[in-house]
Design a protein around this ligand. Structure first.
Ligand SMILES: [Zn+2]
Length: 364
């Protein structure tokens, strides 16, 4: 699977200038190519290459590989929208292929093509990124973010083979508890919800203010909250995936957003619901990709009635769900935490993936 390793370059002032100069010229080339494409109504990368590569090469003093990267960038922009001529920021990201950037991991150096010749530039990164970098293959993007030069390098990691699963861990995604699994463990969304509320109040105050600096603060605030949310989702999804792996289990989750039919109507309009919807999708996304990464099988099941169905006798009735947190079957009297009951149902619906029949601990 494809992953990205991010490293930070530590250029000398001269090297920083060389990088910046290169980015500026390459983005000028992108704007030039964008104009040619627009005039000739030629949007595909290959056709545009045939049409404009040599003219571009003549006009801009860039390496062939960089120009090919620019062609791809322009073609990608047109892929999204052919109705407007895209323009590119002066210091937008630049794509390098392996002929114009190489990594010396042992010495923490990159060798990168610039307008001032090839530069050997020191880099720093975390341990995980460094490990990932061993599998670097293909393209890398050079970006300038808040005055820092970052390189996002594509890495190809071998996917672990899926083992035969012995059981299924059902996971119910929720609002108060972000996730509850069928073994009864739950992962609270309280911290996330609290920061959302705190930021929400701040946001309201800033919005009514309306000044330029207030707007800047708002942007910063939403970035901070998104980061906090993502961190939480990373931690939860990793815990669940590793737990399933340790138990030789597959993971079972509901398809779609995890908000069930009946509940959707009630929640749709609130700010909290909008936020939750987004948080759900992110958690699902992280679960999916981490499951792949760690070789854990993931099953998605239809979400119907998982919250109203009695895990014990299978009776389905709205009235079974006494409250947000309490489940009590009106038919057999089974009672449990509502999220755990749902997670157990989700496990049950995912069970067909297990090839060998599960032998109950009671049998024999
Ligand atoms: Zn029942």
């Amino acid at each position: 699977m494809k992953l990205t390793a991010q490293i930070k370059l530590l250029p000398t002032p001269e090297q920083a200038q060389a990088l910046e100069k290169t980015m500026l010229l390459a983005n000028q080339a992108c704007n030039y190519l964008s104009e040619v494409a627009w005039e000739k109504k030629t949007f595909g990368q290959y056709a545009l290459h045939k049409l404009a590569y040599y003219a571009c090469k003549e006009r801009f003093e860039l390496s062939s590989q960089i120009i090919v990267g620019c062609l791809a960038k322009v073609a990608d922009a047109y892929k999204l929208d052919k109705q407007v001529q895209p323009t590119f920021k002066p210091l937008g990201a630049l794509t390098y292929d392996s002929r114009v950037i190489t990594f010396n991991i042992a010495k923490s150096l990159v060798s990168i093509w610039t307008l001032e010749g090839r530069q050997k530039i020191a880099f720093v990164c975390g341990e995980r990124q460094r490990q990932l970098l061993q599998t670097q293959q293909g393209e890398s993007d050079l970006c300038l973010v808040k005055g820092k030069f970052l390189v996002n390098a594509t890495c190809i990691v071998e996917e672990p083979t899926l083992e035969d699963v012995k059981d299924v861990l059902g996971v119910d995604l929720g609002i108060v508890k972000l996730a509850t699994d069928s073994s009864g463990e739950s992962f609270s969304g309280e911290a996330v919800e609290n920061t959302r509320k705190r930021y929400g109040k701040l946001r309201a105050a800033l919005q009514s203010c309306g000044t330029k600096s207030a707007k800047r603060h708002l942007k910063k605030l939403s970035r901070k909250q998104a980061k906090f949310q993502a961190d939480t989702n990373h931690v939860i999804s990793k815990k669940l995936v590793l737990k399933a792996k340790a138990q030789k289990s597959a993971l079972s989750i509901e398809s779609l957003t995890g908000i069930r039919k009946g509940e959707k109507k009630r929640l749709r309009k609130t700010q909290r619901a909008k936020h939750s919807n987004w948080a759900f999708s992110q958690l699902r996304l992280f679960l999916t990709y981490k499951a792949k990464r760690y070789g854990v099988e993931l099953v998605t099941i239809q979400p119907q009635y998982t919250s109203q169905r009695c895990y014990c006798c299978g009776y389905i009735e709205k009235a079974n769900r006494k409250s947000q947190s309490h489940f009590e079957c009106v038919s057999c009297g089974y009672s449990n935490n509502a999220d755990i009951n749902a997670a157990l149902n989700i496990r049950l619906l995912g069970l067909p993936i297990v090839k060998q029949p599960i032998v109950s601990a009671l049998a024999g």
